[in-house]
Structure formats: C-alpha cells, structure tokens
Design a protein around this ligand. Structure first.
Ligand code: ITT
Length: 198
C-alpha cells in the first residue's frame, strides 16, 4: 500500500480548512493545518491575482515545513461592479465594517448581478521545488436578500447557477459537491491520481 500523502495547508481560515478536510476525506491524504504543525504565518497578500496571492501564502509557509504545501486563494467577482471585490474579497469586507454589513450592502445595490466564486490552489514541493496550480470556478448571481446559516463569507448572498437559494442555505455536503473549492480540489485529486501519488 502507498504511504499516506501528508500536505500542509497554508490557511488561517478555519472554514476553508474544514471544507478541504471534508472534500479530501476518503483519499489517502492527510491534511495538516498550520495549527497542527505549530506554524505561525500570516503573509501580506499583496498580489494582484489569486495565483500570485496563493503563491505568496504557500511560499511563506514552505519556509517552515518540509511537507508539500497547499494554499487556496479565493474570492467573489461581481459583474455589476466590474469584477470587484475579486482578489480583495477578504479586505473589502473588513474595510466595509464586516461581512454582515458588506453582504447587506451588496444585496441592496446589486441584486441579480452575475457573480463568480474562484478558488486558486498552489501546491508547492510535491517534488522538491515543484509548483502546481489548480483552479475552480462556481458561477451564479447575487441574491435579493441575505439568508442561510451555513458556509461563511459571501455564501449568504450567492445563488449558484441551477439553484434557487443561497449557498449558505445548502448543507455542507451539497456545497462541497458544487463549489469553486471542490472543483479546484477535484482538479488536484485527478492530477495526483494521474501521477500515481494516490
Ligand atoms: P487565508 O488567506 O488564511 O487562506 P482568507 O480568509 O484571508 O484566509 P482569502 O485571502 O483567500 O482567505 O480570502 C478569501 C475571502 O473570500 C474569504 O475571506 C471570504 O470572504 C471569501 N470567500 C472565499 N471562499 C468563499 C466561500 O467558499 N464562501 C464564501 N466566501 C468565500
């Protein structure tokens, strides 16, 4: 039997970590959080793209571990505001006075606007100094009001294509079958299987 593939996940976001653990469940992979490995890192995400920020995070954490490192930079683009907040999704909500205020503002001003969640993964050091990128997108639109208790961030205002309710109204299992994070994870798993790591 192959050895379990251990990967360090370079995130301080517990929701992301939880979703990744659920998505990767059942594969011969052990995801270690920064907490598990006692790594303290909070690099400045000053890139202009999801790929740049994902690399910044993975590269910083790779200084503290010999394990392969996975980072996930994600965000939501809203067509009615020219693709904002996009790569600035986290900071946008902070600058706006918190996620709840931000979500209320967005449903009031841009209901029904098309919107797109992206998750960009960078996997570093699968082999020494290697870099692999994987991306997933979930298309949808902004809801007319804020609702649903699941998920996190912008989930209570985002209605995925083919659905009539927000992501926050779906169960965790349902979100993990359709999300941008699931799609990026699936691309990564397909690659690991193709290359016989799994
Ligand atoms: P790390 O950088 O430590 O991973 P973070 O929360 O700062 O954690 P990002 O820089 O990637 O992560 O910011 C992504 C933001 O986009 C996140 O804080 C949420 O507000 C939003 N976001 C990303 N994925 C989401 C999802 O699945 N559902 C809702 N909002 C999401």
């Amino acid at each position: 039997m192959k050895e379990t593939l251990k990967i360090c996940v370079a995130t301080n976001n517990e929701h992301k970590m939880g979703e990744l653990r659920n998505i990767f469940k059942g594969y011969n992979i052990e995801l270690c959080s920064l907490k598990d490995l006692n790594i303290k890192a909070d690099p400045e995400e000053n890139g202009e793209t999801y790929a740049e920020n994902a690399f910044i995070k993975a590269n910083e954490v790779a200084k503290f571990t010999s394990l392969p490192v996975l980072s996930d930079d994600s965000g939501i683009k809203i067509d009615a505001i020219g693709g904002l907040p996009g790569v600035h999704s986290h900071r946008f909500a902070e600058a706006f006075g918190g996620q709840e205020k931000t979500n209320n503002f967005l449903v009031k001003n841009y209901p029904n606007s098309k919107a797109h969640f992206t998750a960009h993964f960078v996997l570093l050091n699968l082999t020494p100094n290697s870099r692999n990128d994987f991306e997933g997108i979930m298309n949808g639109h902004i809801a007319n009001s804020v609702y649903g208790n699941g998920g996190f961030g912008y989930d209570p205002i985002f209605v995925p294509e083919g659905y009539e309710c927000t992501v926050a109204s779906l169960s965790a299992e349902e979100k993990n079958k359709i999300s941008h994070r699931y799609k990026a994870s699936k691309a990564m798993l397909d690659y690991l299987i193709k290359e016989k790591y799994l």
